[in-house]
Write a protein that binds this ligand. Structure first.
Ligand code: TZP
Ligand code: MG
Length: 213
């Protein structure tokens, strides 16, 4: 899978509890039908074996699409499932080590919560940056201080890498995120927590696709 910044346009991050009604795989597939362009499997309580099994199932489900999927904070699961890559935070495995383990061809994303972190990110190791949280959110209990759209714009300006904004984002924030020059929006509850994930994703799309009735 060749990664492009366009993949970041509408980036779904999964949450086991918020996706519980349909399950993670079905939620993701409905959201992809609605226009999601990239997926991150994020499950803080699963074991590596459980993440690997889920990732293998997701890989099969996404076959034939141009939707890359990465695994949050578990390089071993990403390798075992042959995922498209991994996403790490500042306190996780170091980017250099993650890159060495993943190899050159996999996608590696890194979360940054400040301009300083953006400036410290090594563009030779990392493919894209997740920036935020833009707003406070109940989805991530231990999130850093929200940066707002002004903070987001400063972080994007400091980055030579593709960027995706995260944290409390809804469809009516599209214009503000675009004005900050981020390549896209990453969301959990705006899609996973909704009764119709396809319609929820479709609300973000510029050229909306059809959802099954
Ligand atoms: N990292 C920063 S905020 C966040 C993560 C994983 C959660 C975003 O969830 P939501 O529901 O889109 O606000
Ligand atoms: Mg992490």
């Amino acid at each position: 899978m060749v990664f492009h910044r366009e993949h970041l346009r509408l980036y779904l991050v999964t949450d086991r509890d918020l996706c519980a009604r349909l399950g993670v795989i079905e939620t993701v597939m409905q959201a992809v039908a609605g226009g999601v362009t990239m997926v991150q499997l994020r499950d803080k309580t699963a074991t590596t074996a459980q993440r690997t099994d889920l990732a293998i199932a997701l890989k099969h489900a996404l076959r034939g699409t141009d939707v890359p999927f990465v695994i949050n904070d578990d390089i071993d699961a990403a390798i075992a499932a042959d995922a498209d890559g991994a996403h790490i935070g500042q306190g996780d495995i170091a980017p250099a080590q993650a890159r060495t383990l993943l190899g050159r061809d996999k996608i590696l994303g890194l979360s940054c919560e400040s301009v300083e972190m953006v400036e410290a990110a090594d563009a030779a190791l990392v493919d894209y940056l997740g920036l935020g949280p833009v707003f406070g959110t109940a989805t991530k209990a231990d999130h850093a201080q929200p940066v707002g759209f002004d903070g987001l714009a400063r972080m994007v300006a400091a980055s030579s890498l593709p960027t995706v904004a995260i944290g409390g984002l809804k469809a009516d924030h599209i214009d503000s995120v675009r004005a900050a020059n981020a390549d896209g929006m990453a969301v959990v509850s705006a899609i996973c927590g909704q009764s119709d994930p396809c319609a929820a994703a479709r609300a973000f799309a510029r050229a909306p696709s059809e959802c099954a009735p």
